[in-house]
Ligand binder design. Structure first.
Ligand code: AHG
Ligand code: MN
Ligand code: MN
Length: 360
């Protein structure tokens, strides 16, 4: 397509802003700074072994107790340095930083909070499989904006429905930025020659119907009964209660799974399980579940803990983990229903079969 007919990310944001004549432009500038960080991470990822960026960061464990990869640390630094100087942020929080990051005093402070997982799926780095970055933009509490004081973890503990914007970058065969500023979900592909994101996937909608699910089945012995039931029914295929065969995928990068689901439907589960009662789920609420939840809802899909919409959860700590189910609306609603209903103990129990008392 000729350049004159393409829409850059900048142009897209300016056109969105025209709908809000009172907007200062700070928000757009912030999104562009985030996009710059993602472009820089895309370059680092692309050099792979030649860039000396593979492998673990010697002796470095993050607040989750997980070993940091070199690229986790590099990506975090790129996010911080692209976003700290612009005057748009009151503070940042990241998977890779134990405490909230305060904007250094040499820079002005602004009214937004940026929360991010700088590199998602980092176990994929060393095997050259897709990774991503995922972020959420919140408004800082009014007293932070008025006083310019340092931020605390409490300032970030806002339910996901209060997000102003969310998005992710996917570093796959091509680099994409998928974004919602509350007006649907739009995908941009990086033109590697120009170093510019161009609108390639306007108004993405999650397909309603699906025959594909994603879950790490090595955890099945720890799953709760409603999840076991859902997966068993998918696996039963055509001759089971669902009456159709299902396909399965597991990339081990939530960003890449979210992208597949936005493109062709499906459902993703990393549910709360019984492995370790101190860790209710694997994924983190503020910088994984909430932004993906915002994107799914904006694209006509759904995101849930299994028990309540993810965007309604009141966070209690910065690095809180949570059970997460997202994707095609009807599948997520079905999983929520299974959490509400008594669950079959055995597949062959007639009470819970196709025409049981407990079915709609
Ligand atoms: P991160 O690399 O940021 O720690 O996140 C990885 C997450 C998520 O992206 C993925 O869905 C999940 O962990 C994979 O977990 P398993 O290794 O348990 O499958
Ligand atoms: Mn992650
Ligand atoms: Mn990460």
């Amino acid at each position: 397509m000729p350049l004159s007919q393409r829409t850059t990310l900048t142009q897209f944001l300016i056109e969105q802003r025209r709908r809000h004549p009172s907007a200062s432009g700070d928000f757009n500038a912030l999104v562009l700074d985030v996009a710059l960080a993602c472009k820089a991470i895309a370059r680092s990822v692309a050099f792979g072994a030649l860039g000396g960026v593979l492998g673990a960061q010697a002796g470095s464990i993050n607040v989750q107790g997980e070993e940091q990869k070199k690229l986790d640390v590099i990506s975090n630094q790129l996010f911080v340095s692209a976003n700290e100087w612009g005057g748009h942020l009151a503070g940042m929080a990241s998977e890779e930083m134990d405490e909230p990051y305060n904007i250094p005093s040499i820079y002005p402070r602004g009214k937004y909070l940026l929360v991010f997982d700088p590199l998602d799926g980092s176990s994929n780095i060393d095997v050259n499989v897709s990774v991503g970055s995922i972020f959420s933009i919140l408004r800082a509490p009014q007293d932070v904006i008025d006083s310019g004081r340092d931020v605390t973890a409490a300032d970030f503990l806002q339910p996901g429905c209060q997000q102003l914007a969310a998005g992710y970058a996917l570093y796959g065969p091509s680099t994409m930025l998928v974004l919602s500023v509350g007006t649907g979900v739009h995908g941009f592909t990086l033109d590697p020659n120009l170093g510019e994101f161009f609108l390639s996937h306007p108004d993405i909608r999650v397909p309603e119907e699906t025959q594909e699910f994603a879950i790490n089945a090595s955890n099945s012995r720890f799953w709760e009964l409603p999840v076991k039931r859902y997966v068993d029914e998918c696996l039963a295929g055509k001759t089971g209660p669902r009456g159709k065969d299902f396909n399965m995928r597991w990339i081990a990068s939530m960003v890449a799974e979210a992208h597949r689901i936005l493109m062709r439907g499906g459902v993703f589960l990393y549910p709360r399980d019984m492995r370790d009662p101190t860790k209710p789920g694997r994924l983190r609420l503020l910088y994984e579940a909430n932004p993906v939840g915002f994107l799914m809802e904006q694209a006509g899909g759904r995101a849930s803990t299994g028990r309540e919409p993810i965007l309604h959860v009141q966070p209690t700590s910065l690095h809180q983990r949570i059970g997460l189910v997202f994707g095609s609306k009807s599948e997520v609603e079905r999983i929520e229903r299974y959490h509400r209903e008594p669950t079959p103990i055995k597949d062959d129990n007639p009470l819970f079969g196709e025409r049981s008392l407990f079915r709609d």
